[in-house]
Ligand binder design. Sequence first.
Ligand code: AMP
Ligand code: ZN
Length: 461
Amino acid sequence: MIQLYNTLTRRKEPFNPLEKGKVKMYVCGPTVYDFFHIGNARSFINADFVHRYFRYLGLEVKFIMNLTDVDDKIIKKSNEEGAGFSAIAKKYSDAFHEDIRKLKILPATIYPAATAHMADIIAMIEKLVEKGFAYNVEGNVFYDISKFTGYGKLSGKNTEELEAGSRVEVNSEKKNPLDFSLWKKAKEGEPYWESPWGKGRPGWHIECSAMSCKHLGKTFDIHAGGSDLIFPHHENEIAQSEAANGKPFANYWLHFGFLNIDSEKMSKSLGNFFTTRDILQKFQAETLRFFYAQTHYASPLNFTAEALEAADSGRLKIDNLFFRLEELAKDALPDDSLFREEYARFEEAMNDDINTPKALAVVFDAVKDINRHLAESNTATAYLASAKKFIQHTAGDVLAVLGEAKKEAGLESKLIELLIQLRLEARKEKNFALSDKIRDRLKEIGVILEDGKDKTSYKIV
Ligand code: AMP
Ligand code: ZN
């Protein structure tokens, strides 16, 4: 049974979806005004670990990630680039799709865009006004937080604490400093939509409430996003959705830890970021995923180039073994009675609040074991096929850290085999100095030769 840490209840809970065998999950997506950075990528990849693990378990996942395609930042960028706001949104939505594909992130079932849901957004605001949860001040509509008794339940703070701890927008039109915009009156030159309150555009929070309801219903299973979204974004989403629908909103709230750089959150506004595109020029997507999988999704993680390089060499150990197994196992059929314990341990780790570092450790234990077996001669082909399947299912399908550098990895084993052959020839010619040198030099770089009765095998340590 999967246990998930639920921000709303502040404890780990058994995950029981509303409908058996199905999961409805909503993750806050990007504002499409620029290429996304590897901090954003960490949240998207962590959501993907959850998504992929549900799929591995055979659950049917309806996964929704929204795109915020109208917003102050997009309007600012469109003025800077001299392009229309929708051209900017289109350019960076396309870039977003391209980048997440490269990161091996499973596609969402739907990527709803705010501008395609104006009628739903306006209808939800109308309902809030009607029910007395919102007020209109000359074309600007605000949510009245004093009307919602549960305000603060996600962040676990009362309104005084929230007010003191946040930079709330000063606006004399608001009744309470924590009240927030549902509808913003259009300023000169800004994009707008017609509404019962005049020309304007929606606030950010209402988009997610309206689009999650449209695609997942009033109550759904999981809502996730980076932990910077707990307050105010997710707190406000709860206030809007529960007030409008009169039903509980999401049952489980998952929040992803930050990617930091020099102990500060990587962010666009601080300028301390690398775009995903920068990083993918130097590293494989699988390496970035491996780097993220080494830390639990909720913990902060510090980014350094050295740590990414270390992740790269760690990950290659799995790749090398996998491609060796592919060559050795060929078309052999796996024996499903093998690797049961390894699968059980892997699942136990992932069931424990998606503990990817523990799951990776299980994969590495198996890699060590399999390498040991390979060093023994005459390993059964059913074992090789089962080993390959285990690596494929865990490191491949769930974590997606298995690389595609087949040619390169295959080359490595071919080179080792070549050196083994040359050593054998040296021995035949009684050139023991050379044959010992080959064995010792290989050992120095972590390749241990083991002479069997009729063949020499090797293991990588
Ligand atoms: P944004 O485009 O800024 O709305 O962010 C998109 C997603 O990335 C949100 O879920 C944010 O919480 C998340 N995010 C932003 N910065 C970071 C970071 N440094 N580490 C992890 N997640 C982040
Ligand atoms: Zn959202």
